[in-house]
Design a protein around this ligand. Structure first.
Ligand SMILES: *Cc1c(COP(=O)(O)O)cnc(C)c1O
Ligand SMILES: [Zn+2]
Length: 411
C-alpha cells in the first residue's frame, strides 16, 4: 500500500501514471512523485513512526514504494553533537549527520534502496546507473541483494576505493573515458535502447525521493523540529532540494512546526556551477568542466541545479565553494575534532561551513547540521600526502625511546 498517486511534471504540471519515466513528454520538465498528503496526515502519526523499525522505512508512508522492499541493512544514521568542532567554529549547536555509516558507506543507499525496490515492482531484470562513484557501490550491493543483473558506468579516473567497492558485488563495471557528464549522456542513450532500470535516469523520480529521509531523520533526531541551518554537498542538486522538501512534508503532515531552515550549498571550487549561478544572480546554470579531488560531487551540468537555486532562495540560504586544499583541511579538521573520517564531499561541507560562519551567514543562534554523506576510506588518495608519516622503529624498547625523544622535540 502506497500513498504515491501519480507523477507530475514540475514545469507544466501534466500528470503521468507511476511508471519508469523521468521526463515530461510535452515540455521535457522533470517528473516528481505526488502523494495523498491528507491520507498520510491521518495515518502517519508520531506514535506510528516511533513504533517502527529504526531505519529509513519508518517513513515509508512518504516514500514511493509498494510491497517490494530491498533492504541491505540500512539503519537510521547517527546525528552526532559536534561539540569540539562547534567550539572551534563558534557554534554551540553543531551536529554531524553521519551518513558514512550506511551499508555501502554513503548516503546513496537511501536513494538506491527506493529505486531498486521500485525496479522490482516494474519487473526490470537489469538495473544500471551513471555514477560518480558512491552510487555505483550502492547499486552493485542492492542489485546483488535483489538478485538483479546490473551495469554500472563510471568515469575511468575514479578512486580505487570506489571501483573496488563496486566490483566486489559482481556487477558489470564499465569505465568510460570521460567525465561524469559524458558518462551520463552515454547512459541516457543506452537507456533509450535497452529496457533497463537506470536508477538515476528512468527511475529518477523514485530514486530522488529517498534523499528526503535525510530531512526526516534529522528532524526526528532533533526532537521533532527542523534545524536552523543545513550545509549540504551538491552534485546534481537532488539531495539538497529533497532534504528541504522532506522537512516541508513533515510540517505538511503535522509532525513538526513551520520550517525555517536556511539551506546552504557546498561545492568544490573546481566544480561549482550552482555556487557560480547563485553568485551571479542571473538564475542560469552555466555548465563547467570539473577539475577537483571531490570526484563524488563533480557534476559540471547539474540536472537539478535550477531547483537547488530555488531552494536556496526559498529558504533564505546561500552557497559556498572551497579549494581542494580547503577540502583536505576540512577532512582533517573533522577527523581530528570529531573522530569522523569523511570523504572529499565531507571535507567540502566542513570547509564551506567554516567559511559561512566566518562570513556571518551561519550564526550561533540555532541548530546547524553538516551533512557528511560519504566515508573517507573510499577516497584515501585525497589525504595520502597530507598526513604525518608513521614513526618506524626497531622492535626494541631503546629504539622506541629514541624515536619518542625525537617526536617530543619536534612537537
Ligand atoms: C552523490 C553524492 C552527493 C550529491 O548528490 P546529488 O543528489 O547528486 O547532489 C553528495 N555527497 C556524496 C558523498 C555523494 O556520493
Ligand atoms: Zn511538462
Amino acid at each position: 500500500m502506497s500513498y504515491a498517486k501519480t507523477l507530475r511534471c514540475r514545469r507544466c504540471e501534466r500528470e503521468y501514471p507511476l511508471k519508469a519515466l523521468s521526463i515530461c513528454e510535452f515540455c521535457f520538465g522533470p517528473l516528481e512523485v505526488v502523494y495523498d498528503y491528507e491520507a498520510i496526515r491521518k495515518n502517519m502519526t508520531m506514535r506510528a513512526i516511533q513504533s517502527s523499525s529504526w531505519n529509513m522505512w519508518r517513513y515509508k508512508a512518504l516514500l514511493p514504494v509498494g510491497d517490494n522492499i530491498v533492504d541491505i541493512g540500512s539503519s537510521v544514521t547517527p546525528l552526532v553533537k559536534a561539540a569540539n568542532l562547534g567550539k572551534r567554529l563558534g557554534l554551540d549547536e553543531l551536529y554531524i549527520k553521519n551518513d558514512c555509516l550506511n551499508p555501502t558507506n554513503s548516503f546513496k543507499d537511501r536513494v538506491v534502496a527506493v529505486a531498486i525496490s521500485r525496479a522490482l515492482d516494474f519487473g526490470f531484470e537489469v538495473v544500471a546507473c551513471a555514477s560518480t562513484g558512491n552510487l555505483a557501490n550502492s547499486v552493485g550491493a542492492h542489485a546483488a541483494k535483489a538478485g538483479l543483473k546490473s551495469y554500472v558506468f563510471i568515469p575511468a579516473d575514479l578512486e580505487q576505493g570506489k571501483i573496488i567497492g563496486t566490483a566486489i558485488y559482481g556487477p558489470t563495471v564499465v569505465t568510460v573515458k570521460g567525465n561524469y557528464d559524458e558518462v551520463n549522456r552515454l547512459c541516457s542513450e543506452i537507456a533509450e535502447n535497452h529496457s533497463w532500470g537506470f536508477v538515476n535516469i528512468n527511475l529518477r523520480p523514485y530514486y530522488s525521493e529517498g534523499s528526503k529521509t535525510l530531512g526526516y531523520e534529522v528532524a526526528e533526531q532533533l526532537g521533532w523540529k527542523a534545524p536552523a541551518y543545513a550545509v549540504v554537498p551538491v552534485a546534481s542538486g537532488s539531495m539538497f532540494t529533497k532534504i528541504y522538501k522532506g522537512l516541508g512534508e513533515l510540517h505538511r503532515v503535522g509532525l513538526i512546526g513551520p520550517v525555517r531552515t536556511r539551506m546552504f550549498v557546498a561545492q568544490a571550487a573546481g566544480c561549482s556551477p550552482v555556487v557560480q549561478a547563485y553568485a551571479s544572480g542571473n538564475g542560469q546554470i552555466q555548465p563547467v568542466k570539473p577539475n577537483t579531488i571531490a570526484k563524488s560531487i563533480a557534476i559540471g551540468n547539474p540536472a537539478d541545479g535550477l531547483y537547488a537555486l530555488k531552494t536556496i532562495k526559498d529558504s533564505g540560504g546561500g552557497a559556498s565553494a572551497v579549494s581542494d586544499e580547503e577540502i583536505v583541511d576540512g577532512m582533517k579538521l573533522l577527523a581530528e575534532t570529531e573522530g569522523v573520517f569523511a570523504e572529499t564531499a565531507g571535507g567540502t561541507v566542513i570547509a564551506s561551513l567554516k567559511r559561512l560562519v566566518e562570513a556571518g551567514e551561519i550564526k550561533n543562534d540555532g541548530p546547524t547540521v553538516a551533512y557528511i554523506t560519504g566515508s573517507g576510506l573510499k577516497t584515501q588518495e585525497a589525504v595520502l600526502n597530507a598526513l604525518r608519516t608513521p614513526t618506524l622503529v626497531e622492535p626494541t624498547f631503546s629504539s622506541f625511546e629514541k624515536a619518542l625523544k625525537t617526536l617530543q622535540e619536534v612537537a
